[in-house]
Design a protein around this ligand. Structure first.
Ligand code: ARG
Length: 260
């Protein structure tokens, strides 16, 4: 994770970002602290930090740093110039943590666009931020099958904004973010009883941008319906208020990068 000392919205690279809407920085810091404390105390997560850097407001979204698998990671290469300076900071922190790093030759936005499902395949997004050829690099590097899902709306520009694999082969996702073919791919690979879809309203609240650790699922302002649906599948929902980060188009999952 990376603390929001310099978090704000002074450029707009997705439709959630409005430079005229001010971020309450104090509130952002307390929301971020609560997420961090909840991950530690509820789920026993160990947190490694990346030092905040002035002028890089989106560095808080560490999900985009890299796709980490085992002791190797494919680093991000951001599509937008605004985020490119983050690459060096993520690279040096991951090096310190002992990962061997691979640099992609094309735009690729890390765990924002590539998620391991059921330990056996990668569900990866493309078109908005990540080039589809980066998926081939993931597949060849880690010897894992990758299912490429086209993201066809600007609001759900990273696959982790509209899809979240959960333990036990469960999959939380927002059908409205995918085209017909993408939905077919999901349906062909995820058994029906394991699929849990969210509504448009839940999706806009970043319901799919959830972090799961053990039986806990951390997410922004969950609906009663979703809380109950997850509970029936054996998960305990920890609701958080991450309103300030929604202003930049991110939420719980974007604010974290899973290292192991
Ligand atoms: N403002 C950031 C961007 O547009 C938000 C990134 C959210 N991260 C994520 N993994 N979805 O790049």
């Amino acid at each position: 994770m990376s603390a929001p000392d310099y978090f704000e919205v002074f450029y707009a690279i997705n439709p959630w970002m409005k430079t005229e809407t001010p971020v309450n920085q104090e509130l952002a810091m307390s929301q971020w602290q609560k997420l961090k404390v909840a991950l530690k105390t509820r789920a026993g997560a160990k947190i490694s930090l990346v030092k905040p850097v002035q002028g890089l407001p989106d560095l808080v979204f560490t999900a985009n740093a890299a796709f980490v698998h085992g002791d190797r990671a494919i680093l991000a290469h951001f599509k937008n110039e605004e985020r490119r300076p983050e690459e060096a900071y993520f690279r040096s922190r991951l090096e310190d943590l002992g990962y061997s790093l691979i640099e992609p030759p094309v735009p690729f936005e890390g765990a924002g666009d590539a998620l391991v499902y059921d330990g056996r395949l990668v569900l990866a997004g493309y078109r908005q931020r990540t080039e589809v050829s980066a998926h081939q690099l993931i597949s060849l590097t880690f010897d894992l099958p990758v299912l490429s899902l086209e993201l066809h709306t600007e609001h759900f520009y990273h696959v982790d904004t509209c899809l979240c694999p959960l333990d036990g082969g469960h999959l939380l996702y927002y059908p409205g973010a995918f085209d017909e073919y993408g939905l077919k791919v999901i349906e062909a690979n995820v058994p029906e009883e394991k699929r849990l879809t969210v509504t448009a309203q839940e999706a806009r609240n970043f319901a799919c941008n959830a972090v799961q650790v053990g039986r806990f699922v951390f997410l922004n302002q969950p609906s009663a319906r979703l809380t109950e649906a997850l509970r029936r599948r054996g998960f305990e929902v920890v609701g958080l208020d991450l309103s300030e980060f929604l202003k930049a188009g991110g939420s719980a999952k974007c604010l974290t990068l899973r290292l192991s």
